[in-house]
Design a protein. Structure first.
Lengths: 323, 438, 319
């Protein structure tokens, strides 16, 4: 995060004081925007306009007109002010969903990041040879689409089919992966399985970028492998850890595939299990009030919560850095 | 300065050109949604979500037959690869942007909802002439306020599937006809590790509403407003029936679409259950041959205060969508398509058409002990209680499933399904801006 | 152009040196100085942990491979750890499920895999380029509204992208692009996360002095970017490419809304189509579809291994 908060000082900017400055600044302005333009145009098309639409529509609800028991066969947009937002923030289901996501973020994400870091460290320790096979195998689940990964695991959780459950039962351990307190953990396991390898690669990359002379120096000082890992490697992968965290948290906010697929086997997983599920199901009308208005409100409130958390995280992070 | 801008522009142009090329790739198949007429020739588009799998007569092949005989009305069918709720959402956006297909598959339970969302076109004037080609029950389910919006395709009357040989082994010689007899038999079977009923939480919205609906509807229209009562005597009987079975652990609780349900048929644990007619071929594949030739289809007993009646579970119509410019031609094709009985049977459907008797495919009758099960389904079809759905029923069904799941582990009661259905129904109608009299 | 050549030479030399060092380290892993020599216990524990992790990651895939040869009833009724039929009957079992898969996908399976490759490949390529350009712009230039742009883009990372599908549909319809390949490619090639990575990489690995030197040499900004900056960032871009590629490959909600023609569907949507039909029970065939669909990705990753591993190393964010 430190990298993003620093503003780049360019050579051109440093010349700001001399008479040609305005010319140079103009040129820099133009060049900057020229490089920015392709992404900017696409971004406006794919994000900005739709988000404006979402914000706009969050103030409306689609209702019938024309009276009659079925309405007039047409839905109209009715301006409802902040009613959709009021619905979202007073909805117990929404906050339960937010709670699950937060729990996921504080438990699953750290577990996955630590596991990924540990694996990366072991692979980078050169204690074991032929690491390529390990590295690739760990990464393989990332290539499996989320829906399919969830289906595979649903089988492996199923009491009547799973060789895992049956195997554990045979040695006297009874597990119910769909139990009330277990189901979120089962879900977290699917996410962990899919993304640990990817995060591990991020760490591995960071580890391999550490200059080798640092190790040499440590060795001359008589440090052992473990000390090198803790004193040299760990501090050097901090940025990579933050990157992996950020990516995982963004992914968690959008948690959808795993609960959606698991609800086939556990129908008590509601349509509003996570905010993302709630938003999509609201949009499709399997929750009431339905439609794009309330669905947008769900998404916007969730994004705001995530934004606040991100700011808090950054502030804490900065403070920890300063100390 | 100039040169670098030029190059940048050139690079961007290259990217853009690549994009154009790709747009070109797709454009030949683009705009399938537009129905167009070209010198008397009409193109009709039809979106479905039929299984369309191996061994079936593919929708495209059926359509090809029509196209060959009708050069002036060419039909293009596309399959939607998603859930019913997702398809409705897609149609909603399509209709808004004027790019919707002419015809689309819509479940009976969702038809009022789709009407309310403004996706349908009144085709009563064309539908009348085809009325006699279809059973009257399903035909009326394609109507809203007495106006027709399409034609029925298949139906899903609830029936009872059971393994006769296993029943006899347990000393149950006949399918019990009263609630108390059934529960007694279920307990007897459970003592022997067998189950003659399944409680399917993920199908509660479809099946349990249908079972309760056998004895009378939940949703009535009085004047211009809705009278909702999901806690009818029928509902209470259903709740009572399943609660007793659950309490006695005399029913399986595997969700219907979880692989564990298949496993319970395969390992011979589940030997009887209420099922929709269209589940017959699914049972055959799930069983892997277990009990083949021993299974039978029976009408529902009087287990739910239903006086010999049954209820609907699933089934679809094909509706004419709002933007269609050729409703007459679309209906002409639709009547033909929905009366292609053997082809529809091959898709695993129980057709709503009465133009010819659906023949039970030979594999089906082998599995079901030589029984002509299509005939049983027809009987059930004609014996269906009067159950209509309200707009927004999908939200009610979703809530029912969730509540139903809580009854399996004792954290809730079966009766909660119906009280939750009541509140969700009323909320949904109000949220749609419809009036409810309480 | 001396600068460019110098960089080129330098980076090649660096790569060579790194490779050499790695080789030496690999070779001498066992004769490290005494203090570095892992004890037998450490070695054993490491191997146990790595193998345990290997089982964890590969077991579900192994299970899926086994499952892909089974019929629906064998799926529930046979040993999950081994094939349901004898090895001699295996080809027939595979052929049967393959037939089922092709049937369920209406003969379009390989077409859909190809579509997926096109969507993922083009989106990732274009997406990486534009992300790096924008990242470079914000890292190395001061322009009006820069901080606002960065803030907005980063903020959008928090917006659930799947929910924007509906308005995106309306916009693309207005441009007459729905039901075309572009309606999938364009949304998939915009990634705020890609931008973020591009920016961080440009900040950390493109030295200002180098840009200055090139400017003094008289190189245009475009030339500097395409010949110098891209070259420096090329390995790092692999990370963005990989991320975008997989994200596009996995996306099925967008194509579900955007395209209706069978010939335009990506393979993940086809698989989702099977799953979303409640009556679908041929899960063995589904597993086969999932594995066959992933195969091209794995082949691609293996084939490009050298590049993306080097890329990930180069793209690593320095602390």
């Amino acid at each position: 995060m430190t990298a993003t908060t620093k503003t780049a000082k360019t050579g051109v900017a440093r010349r700001a004081a001399n008479p040609k400055a305005s010319d140079a600044a103009k040129r820099e302005n133009r060049t900057g925007w020229a490089f920015m333009a392709p992404f900017g145009i696409l971004f406006a098309l794919v994000f900005i306009l739709p988000i404006i639409w979402a914000i706009y529509s969050s103030f409306f609800r689609q209702v019938t007109t024309g009276g009659g028991a079925y309405g007039g066969g047409e839905l109209v947009n009715k301006f409802v002010g902040f009613q959709n937002f009021q619905y979202v923030v007073t909805s117990g289901a929404f906050w339960a969903g937010v709670g699950r996501v937060v729990l996921y973020t504080v438990v699953q994400v750290p577990v996955m990041i630590i596991a990924a870091l540990a694996l990366a460290m072991l692979i980078d320790s050169y204690i074991v040879k032929h690491i390529t096979a390990f590295r690739l195998s760990y990464f393989l689940p990332y290539a499996i689409p989320g829906v399919v990964a969830s289906i595979i695991w649903v089988y492996l959780y199923n009491g009547q089919i799973s060789p895992i459950v049956k195997g554990l039962a045979a040695i006297g351990i009874k597990v119910n992966f769909f139990g009330d307190n277990v189901v979120l953990g089962s879900m977290a396991n699917i996410t962990t399985w899919t993304f640990t390898g990817y995060n591990m690669l991020i760490f591995l990359a960071a580890l391999q970028a550490i200059p080798h002379d640092l190790y040499e120096a440590a060795r001359i000082d008589g440090a052992n492998g473990f000390q090198i890992a803790m004193k040299i490697k760990l501090p050097n992968v901090r940025a990579a850890a933050l990157l992996a965290m950020l990516l995982s948290i963004v992914g968690t906010i959008q948690l959808f595939n795993e609960p959606q697929v698991m609800s086939i086997s556990d129908p008590s997983i509601s349509k509003s299990y996570t905010p993302m599920m709630m938003a999509l199901n609201t949009s499709q009308g399997t929750l009431t009030p339905g439609g794009d208005g309330p669905a947008s409100a769900v998404a916007i409130v969730m994004a705001l919560i995530a934004g606040v958390l991100a700011v808090v995280y950054t502030l804490v992070e900065r403070k920890v850095n300063a100390e | 300065m100039v040169s670098h801008n030029k190059r940048l522009v050139a690079a961007l142009a290259a990217v853009a050109a690549m994009g154009m090329g790709l747009a070109g790739c797709g454009s030949d198949t683009a705009n399938t949604g537009d129905s167009s007429s070209d010198g008397g020739k009409v193109t009709i588009t039809y979106m479905h979500r039929l299984p369309d799998s191996e061994g079936m007569t593919l929708v495209n092949d059926i359509v090809a037959k029509w196209n060959k005989e009708h050069p002036d009305i060419q039909v293009k069918a596309t399959k939607f690869d998603g859930k019913a709720s997702e398809m409705i959402k897609k149609l909603e956006t399509d209709v808004k942007s004027g790019e919707a297909p002419d015809l689309a598959q819509v479940g009976y339970a969702e038809l009022p909802e789709v009407f309310t969302k403004g996706l349908l076109q009144d085709v009563t004037q064309y539908a009348e002439q085809y009325k006699n080609d279809f059973a009257s029950g399903p035909y009326s389910l394609v109507q809203v306020n007495g106006k027709a919006y399409g034609l029925p395709q298949d139906t899903g009357p609830l029936v009872y599937f059971y393994n006769k040989a296993e029943f006899e082994k347990l000393g149950i010689t006949e399918v019990p006809q009263s609630q108390s007899e059934f529960i007694e038999a279920a307990k007897k079977a459970a003592a022997a590790g067998k189950y003659i009923m399944s409680y399917q939480p993920d199908e509660a919205g479809n099946m349990i509403s249908g079972l309760a609906g056998a004895s009378g509807g939940w949703y009535k229209v009085k004047g211009d407003s809705w009278v909702v009562n999901t806690e009818t005597d029928g509902s209470k009987a259903v709740a009572d029936f399943y609660q007793q079975l659950l309490d006695a652990k005399a029913a399986t609780t595997n969700p219907r679409w979880d692989p564990s349900f298949d496993a319970s048929i395969k390992d011979g644990q589940l030997i009887g259950t209420v099922a929709a007619a269209w589940e017959a071929p699914l049972f055959m594949t799930s069983s892997g041959g277990t009990g083949s030739g021993e299974w039978q289809v029976a009408q529902l007993g009087d287990w739910f205060d239903n006086a010999g009646k049954t209820g609907p579970d699933g089934g679809s119509a094909v509706a004419v969508l709002k933007n269609s410019k050729h409703p007459k031609e679309a209906m002409e094709f639709l009547d033909w398509f929905n009366t292609q009985v053997p082809d529809l049977v091959s898709q695993g459907l129980v057709p709503a058409a009465t133009t010819e008797d659906a023949k039970t495919p030979s594999e089906w009758s082998t599995f079901f002990g030589g029984q002509d099960i299509m005939k049983e389904f027809k009987t059930a079809n004609n014996n269906m209680g009067d159950f209509t759905y309200m707009p927004g029923f999908s939200a009610v069904a979703a809530k029912m499933n969730e509540t139903a799941a809580k009854a399996t582990d004792g954290s809730g009661k079966v009766a909660d399904i119906f009280s939750d259905a009541q509140t969700t129904s009323v909320d949904t109608l109000k949220n749609l801006g419809l009036s409810v009299s309480e | 152009m001396s600068t460019v050549e110098a960089i080129d030479k330098e980076s090649r030399a660096a790569a060579r040196a790194r490779k050499k060092a790695d080789k030496i380290r690999d070779k001498h892993a066992n004769d490290l100085p005494r203090s570095m020599q892992p004890s037998a216990l450490v070695k054993t524990i490491t191997i146990v942990v790595l193998v345990f992790a290997l089982i964890y990651f590969l077991f579900p895939i192994y299970w899926a491979i086994i499952a892909s040869t089974k019929t629906p009833s064998q799926m529930t009724g046979s040993n999950g750890l081994w094939f349901a039929v004898g090895l001699s009957d295996l080809p027939a079992a595979i052929a049967k499920n393959y037939g089922t898969l092709i049937g369920w996908t209406r003969g379009q399976f390989w077409r859909w895999v190809l579509n997926s490759l096109i969507y993922s490949g083009v989106s990732a390529l274009v997406g990486t380029l534009v992300a790096v350009m924008a990242g470079y712009a914000t890292a190395k230039f001061n322009f009006k509204g820069k901080n606002l742009a960065i803030g907005v883009i980063m903020g959008c990372m928090l917006m659930p992208a799947a929910l924007l599908t509906i308005p995106q549909y309306s916009i693309f319809h207005a441009m007459h692009l729905t039901n075309t390949m572009l309606s999938i490619i364009i949304p998939c090639c915009v990634s705020p996360f890609g931008f973020f990575l591009g920016r961080v990489y440009a900040q950390t690995s493109v030295p200002n002095e180098l840009l200055e030197a090139a400017r003094i040499d008289g190189a245009s900004e475009a030339r500097i970017f395409f010949t110098i900056v891209l070259r420096i960032l090329a390995p790092a871009m692999v990370t963005i490419f990989l991320f975008l590629f997989v994200a596009t490959w996995n996306n099925f909600l967008l194509p579900l809304m955007m395209v209706s023609s069978d010939t335009l569907k990506p393979v993940t949507l086809g698989l989702y189509g099977m799953v979303s039909l409640a009556t679908f029970t041929d899960r063995g065939a589904l597993m086969m579809g999932a594995l066959l669909g992933v195969l091209p990705v794995i082949v691609l990753f293996l084939g490009l291994q050298r590049y993306w591993q080097a890329g990930l190393a180069a793209g690593a964010v320095k602390g």
